[in-house]
Design a protein around this ligand. Structure first.
Ligand code: ATP
Ligand code: MG
Length: 301
């Protein structure tokens, strides 16, 4: 049996007359790295804020570890840690001192030295523990934020865009950290992002949200199942090729976008299709298989 540790039921938040998030039905299982994917303004932060009880929902309910967030707030949030948007630090103090202060706020007491050092070790900041945060890179600050969220020994960590603004190396470090948290410490991680390729690299399950509404949810493997017949053609001139493809009966659902032309073409028909394009003086640069989620996500972002 899968153990659902976070469940939202028809969760929604309305600001004035607009729903920032509506009918959000998330199901996060123990041990998941759960990716919450959506373009800017989709409602990710709003949803995370509701789950962390930082704002009051207009509608629906949240259950954490079997406890209703609104009836048993303390019990529900007991094993949950998180950061929403950018974490704040005392820049002139060391990471160690920041951890002491953050800990005394969340735990109500100064955390033990051992706990702080182990946590800084986990996030890869142990060598810089006593340096001022001012001297930290963006990626290091991001990992310090995660360290602060870990101080209470949570079983579920909610991270809002933990890789936002990081370079590829910084992103990789955060991804590796997330994997470590689940593998080594058994922590379930919920993270939001607006980048599909980033989420698909770490998430075991994911949900997509757009314009405040949930579009799809499921296992990453299931959602990314390649659709063998869906391809992206990088061909020039695009418009001319598009016109030709539209007329071919072996080509289904052609659509023109920035990256080229996507269409559904059976493999056995592909050489024939390419031949016609080339005969008509179109230049074929690449043909790539597409998974349907990527194209879908592209179309809403
Ligand atoms: N306090 C608020 N008052 C009014 N509208 C708000 C408020 N907070 C968020 N919204 C609106 O709700 C919608 C969802 O915002 P939210 O911050 O949840 O999106 P997001 O998915 O986190 O976006 P981003 O990727 O840019 O962080 C947006 O249209 C936003 O303008
Ligand atoms: Mg946000």
């Amino acid at each position: 049996m899968t153990d659902t540790i976070l469940r939202t039921t028809n969760l929604g938040k309305k600001y004035r007359n607009r729903w920032a998030a509506q009918n959000i039905n998330l199901e996060v299982h123990q041990g998941d790295v759960f990716g919450f994917l959506g373009p800017n303004g989709a409602g990710k932060s709003t949803t995370i804020r509701m789950i962390l009880s930082l704002i009051k929902p207009t509608d629906g309910s949240v259950e954490l570890f079997g406890h209703d967030l609104f009836k048993e707030r303390e019990k529900a949030l007991f094993s949950v840690g998180g950061i929403v948007e950018k974490p704040d630090f005392y820049l002139y103090l060391s990471a160690y001192r920041n951890m002491q202060i953050a800990g005394s706020m969340t735990l109500g007491r100064t955390p033990d030295k051992k706990n702080i050092l182990e946590t800084l070790e986990t996030v890869g900041l142990i060598d810089r523990a006593f340096d001022r945060v001012k001297t930290y890179s963006h990626g290091m600050k991001q990992r310090l934020g995660i360290a602060q969220a870990l101080l209470t020994n949570p079983k579920l960590v909610m991270l809002d865009e933990p890789t936002n603004g990081l370079d590829p190396q910084g992103m990789k470090e955060v991804r590796e950290l997330i994997t470590r948290l689940t593998k080594e410490r058994g922590i379930t991680v919920f993270l939001s992002s607006h980048l599909l390729n980033e989420v698909e690299q770490v998430a075991t399950r994911m949900a997509i949200i757009n314009k405040g509404e949930m579009v799809v949810q499921g296992s990453t493997a299931e959602l990314l199942k390649t659709n063998a017949n869906k391809i992206l053609l990088n061909v020039e001139p695009k418009k001319k090729a598009f016109g030709l493809l539209k007329k071919m009966k072996q080509v289904a659902e052609p659509s023109l976008n920035d990256k080229g032309i996507t269409a559904r073409i059976e493999q056995k028909d592909l050489p024939g299709v390419v031949k016609i394009l080339v005969k008509n003086n179109c230049k074929m640069f690449t043909i790539e298989p597409k998974h349907s989620l990527e194209e879908y996500f592209l179309s809403i972002t």
